[in-house]
Design a protein around this ligand. Structure first.
Ligand code: UDP
Length: 402
């Protein structure tokens, strides 16, 4: 297609329309997830009128939590808020009390259990090493045997960080299930998310601040949407699909001066340049008549054969849920199955490799030309964002635009 001509047409379209009508809202926010909620909060605090729409029947996007047996179930996957950004922490904690949850998943490799992230407990169990020096020597030796000097992909990056044994047992199977691609074809930045420590520290994140909002994320997002005295000026419409038809979109667009779009960027343009690739996740959630199924919030199944990547036991995200079941005699677990996204599925993870990066750059060019629309969040920016980075980006965007 001729991108130049397409961009000219967009310009004309908006110039014409914007002159004709007074708008009812300052902002139309498409998507009530974290990015949208931060932007709404900032906009309403400045007295702006906002319309929020979401195609789901509930607010909060993928951080949505639903109560089952008095347990906050992370319906769209486990979300643990963690950050080193004090500004973000100070901001988010205005909308919820956070508990002191520290993520320390366990890896299950064919019945052998290992501590995560990779630390002295992991190295001791894998090799019997006792001291940090012994662990460092073992990693160095395995890296040397593999002949890696400059890691070019995830496999090489992983081996240079932790050696071949840990790569084979704790990384390869899990990563290839999660991404549906060989580790040799995945970008190395993915594995750099995981700390490697020569200390006895099972905290998965290198983050100064960490926790889960008490009362669940849905309540936190609701507080953000209703934050301002002026929140009377915000309207939330659920079950509204912005991209259902060109007419519906045009009608919604015509009501607001600006649009903040947090859905998938390629969907916005009707996939006209081709599909970006995403990974989707299917959750099989079960309530069990036992107070304690696995003794931890997350257990990763790191072999290639087990079809799920991990099992989440939601009650352990909260503080003070005793394992004897005096409080809650049941438990709710979710098995996570990863799959390639296809139309109709929920997109979760952008596949940030070179091919998709190049296609995204083209979509970004189209997006930049949509003067009236801000694209934000994991899907709008096609970026494997953590929650704190989403909040920081939305705060920046609000500061620059409102
Ligand atoms: N990872 C791994 N083994 C594990 C956990 C994580 O190899 O037991 C690697 C894997 O490459 C994965 C990345 O770390 O894609 C990030 O995993 P995480 O579970 O933290 O991703 P999330 O779904 O939480 O964003």
């Amino acid at each position: 297609m001729d991108i130049g001509r397409y961009l000219d047409n967009i310009d004309k379209k908006f110039t014409r329309k914007d002159k004709t009508k007074m708008k009812q809202y300052d902002y139309l926010i498409v998507g009530s997830g974290l990015y949208g909620a931060v932007f709404v909060q900032q906009a309403t605090a400045k007295g702006k009128k906002v319309l929020v729409i979401d195609k789901r029947p509930n607010i909060a996007g993928n951080v949505y939590t639903e109560d089952i047996e008095k347990i906050h179930v992370h319906k769209y996957g486990a979300h643990i808020f963690h950050t080193n950004n004090k500004k973000v922490w100070n901001y988010i904690t205005k909308f919820a009390e956070f508990n002191r949850f520290t993520n320390s998943p366990v890896a299950n490799y064919k019945g052998e259990l290992y501590s995560l992230p990779f630390n002295m407990y992991t190295f001791n169990k894998m090799w019997g090493v006792i001291t940090p020096q012994e662990a460092a020597d073992k990693i160095k030796q395995q890296k040397k045997e593999a002949g890696i000097t400059e890691p070019k992909n995830l496999e090489e990056q992983a081996i240079s960080l932790v050696g071949t044994d840990i790569y084979e047992k704790l990384i390869k199977g899990y990563t290839e299930k999660q991404w549906g691609r060989p580790c040799t074809e995945l970008p190395s930045f993915i594995i750099k998310r995981l700390p490697v420590r020569l200390t006895f520290d099972n905290n998965y994140f290198n983050a100064l601040y960490q926790g889960i909002p008490e009362g669940g994320y849905t309540k936190m997002v609701a507080n953000m949407l209703n934050d301002s005295e002026l929140s009377g000026s915000i309207e939330v419409r659920l079950g509204v699909d912005y991209l259902a038809s060109a007419d519906a979109k045009e009608e919604l667009d015509s009501q607001a001066e600006k649009v903040v779009y947090t859905g998938a960027i390629d969907a916005y343009f009707d996939y006209k340049l081709g599909n970006l690739e995403y990974r989707s996740v299917r959750f099989e959630t079960e309530t069990l008549d036992t107070p304690n199924f696995q003794g931890n919030a997350a257990v990763n199944y790191t072999d290639a054969e087990t079809p799920w990547t991990r099992i989440i036991e939601h009650k352990w995200f909260e503080f003070g849920k005793d394992e004897n079941g005096d409080d809650i005699p049941k438990t709710v677990i979710s098995r996570e199955y990863s799959s390639e996204w296809k139309p109709g599925d929920e997109p979760y993870y952008p596949v940030n490799d070179e091919k998709n990066g190049a296609l995204y750059a083209q979509y970004k060019e189209l997006a930049d030309a949509e003067r009236k629309v801000i694209f934000g969040g994991r899907l709008g920016e096609y970026k494997y964002y953590d929650m704190d980075a989403v909040v920081a980006a939305a705060l920046d965007c609000a500061a620059n635009n409102i």
